[in-house]
Ligand binder design. Structure first.
Ligand SMILES: [Zn+2]
Length: 317
């Protein structure tokens, strides 16, 4: 039996129940008044146009569903399709194109595109805690993406930012998390701000020989640099000095961007980057399986609404 044969992926009522359990772990909450004491379920009836998942609030006498106030409300797509799309996107290492979602889910290309970007948006973790807080190593590197992601300057050649999109990625070696930021230009002010905002002063910074990192590395407890132009990838003096982790991240990212997302507009690049950060940060090697990753993305999709009610106020059934 495949994972996608689970009921929430093909039965709309089961999909609603699945999302409700995630969003309302302690029972339904009225979208209109926030009440939870007198909620009753309305039995769906297609003839009378009573939708699946409809609830009635005895307090404000209005009806609502778990879709309200979430991104699900903006689309007429069934919940089953949303859950399938989330699962496909979180479980494929290099991502899924809108074209593939369109074919696999049998929805229009436009819907698939909307869905994919919404899910990507949900994958933006919004975590702001600086990396390397315990004095651990944080690798930083940058990559250029143009129409052709392979269009990066060759080793030893001067780097040009030109019209290309530049992505800076930081990876905390201790937690295994990745955080990527799209920038317009690679200059001291831009990179300095990013490092300052995202990396703890206690961290050991790990970079290549780019002179900007040389200028900015003093702000951290330690700064290890490898000289790629001289063929040095791991320091001989200290084997912990390298940027192999972030380079591995970029190799997956570039293969994904080249193979799956061929024409990525600059304005969407931060979302694609968030998607790769998300899958990397919640990967199987860190004990997060596809289902757990999908659940995490689902919580992001519904907008992290603050509608959780206290457990001890749960009415006695
Ligand atoms: Zn109400």
């Amino acid at each position: 039996m495949s994972v996608l044969s689970q009921p929430q992926f093909h039965d709309e009522a089961a999909a609603f129940a699945f999302v409700e359990a995630e969003l309302w772990p302690n029972g339904p909450i009225c979208h209109h008044c926030g009440g939870f004491e007198r909620i009753s379920a309305i039995t769906p009836n297609p003839e009378k146009r009573i939708r699946i998942g409809l609830k009635y609030c005895g307090q404000c006498r209005k009806q609502f569903t778990v879709r309200m106030g979430t991104v699900f409300e903006e689309s007429k797509l069934p919940m089953t399709k949303w859950l399938q799309a989330i699962y496909l996107m979180v479980s494929s290492k290099k991502g899924v194109s809108a074209h593939q979602l369109h074919r696999t889910l049998e929805i229009t290309y436009k819907s698939a595109w909307f869905l994919a970007h919404r899910i990507r948006e949900a994958m933006r973790t919004g975590e702001l805690a600086p990396f390397g807080g315990e004095g651990g190593a944080v690798e930083v590197d940058e990559t250029y993406l143009g129409n052709n992601p392979d269009n990066e300057p060759k080793e030893g050649k001067a780097r040009r930012s030109g019209n290309k999109n530049c992505l800076v990625t930081m990876i905390d070696r201790d937690t295994g998390r990745a955080r990527s930021i799209v920038i317009d230009r690679m200059d001291a002010a831009t990179i300095g701000t990013i490092l300052e905002d995202n990396i703890s002063m206690e961290a050991r910074l790990m970079t290549d020989e780019h002179p900007l990192y040389g200028m900015l590395g003093y702000a951290f407890a330690d700064h290890g640099q490898v000289t790629h132009s001289r063929g040095e990838y791991v320091s001989k003096q200290d084997r912990t000095v390298h940027t192999q982790t972030v380079e591995g991240f970029y190799s997956v990212f570039k293969r994904g961007m080249k193979g799956v997302y061929q024409h990525c507009a600059k304005k969407h690049l931060h979302r694609y980057a968030a998607e790769f950060d998300f899958r990397y940060s919640y990967r199987i090697a860190l004990g997060v399986d596809d289902t757990a990753r999908a659940t995490r993305a689902l919580q992001g999709v519904v907008g992290r609404r603050l509608t959780y009610r206290p457990v001890d106020e749960r009415p006695h059934a």
